[in-house]
Ligand binder design. Structure first.
Ligand SMILES: [Zn+2]
Ligand SMILES: [Zn+2]
Length: 281
């Protein structure tokens, strides 16, 4: 089958590879979104990998589904405390080899309704990450730092639940509305901007760290007695909720390209010309 495989230097290359093997059910891939975390993996230590975890596929029974790409055990202490993405079982990939291919073997999925197109269905996984993170953000006035795709998803989810949402980005054209005073909480969706997030939050407020955002300022955490939470990745339950919420949200349209034009889509994403790129085999 055709797939995008990382070469020895970690660069994505079009390749013909054997069909998927191993446990799970073979599914036919319809669309796969390019995620910032995929771009971070374009390194020699991921040579040979097929990336892509925001996958819409069709099962042998003809069901259109969004694939679950990691599965927590649901029973250990961390899972029970709501930290499923740190569960030991969570590390194993459940989509083999990955989403940037014609087919894959998958362990689990959530079904998509007709109202959700293949391209939009790739938003289920990132939206689920956001819904899970949003549980740790108190309601009220919230500043979202970073307005790439995930920041936009976060702003949409918080607005939908009734928060007053402000948004800033390193690129002024992507910012707004800017905060008009202190906020109850801030969400860090991008590296850089941590100082701004921690300064904007009221005493006793909350900061959610939703990206590997670099060094965080301890001063305001100490002086203002802030709560800092981290959240990463999604669970199957959050994916179910994402499917239900997706048709009702106002979200940016993806740029859809054939998988054969992977390099072009990657370049457009890197140059920030495209907020979200979705590839179809
Ligand atoms: Zn992702
Ligand atoms: Zn567990």
């Amino acid at each position: 089958m055709r797939a995008v495989v990382l070469d020895a230097s970690g660069r994505p290359a079009q390749a013909d590879v054997p069909g998927p093997e191993g446990p799970g059910v073979e599914v036919e891939i319809r669309a796969c979104g390019l995620c910032g975390s995929d771009v971070e993996k374009l390194r020699p230590d991921f040579a040979g990998a097929v990336l892509g975890h925001e996958v819409v596929a069709v099962t042998p029974e003809g069901r259109r589904v969004a694939l679950v790409h990691h599965a927590a055990c649901g029973e250990c202490e961390r899972c029970r405390a709501g930290h499923e993405s740190t569960c030991e079982s969570f590390r194993a990939a459940t989509i083999r080899p990955g989403g940037f291919a014609e087919r894959a073997r998958a362990d689990a999925w959530v079904e998509l309704p007709h109202a959700v197109t293949d391209a939009l269905g790739t938003y289920v996984e990132p939206l689920a990450c956001v819904l899970r993170g949003a549980e740790r953000v108190p309601r009220g006035r919230v500043l979202v730092v970073g307005q790439g795709f995930v920041g936009r998803l976060f702003a949409a989810v918080l607005r939908h639940r009734g928060d007053e949402v402000f948004a800033v980005d390193a690129e002024p054209a992507r910012s707004g509305p800017e905060p008009d005073g202190p906020v109850d909480a801030a969400v860090l969706c991008a590296p850089g901007g941590a100082e701004r997030a921690f300064e904007a939050v009221e005493p006793a407020g909350t900061v959610l760290v939703f990206a590997d955002a670099g060094a965080l300022p301890a001063g305001p955490v100490y002086r203002k007695e802030l709560s800092v939470h981290g959240s990463r990745s999604a669970t199957r339950a959050a994916m179910e909720r994402a499917v239900a919420l997706l048709p009702g949200l106002e979200l940016p349209e993806p740029e859809v390209l054939p998988l054969a034009r992977f390099d072009e889509g990657l370049e457009r994403y890197r140059r920030r010309e495209a907020l979200k790129v979705v590839f179809v085999p």
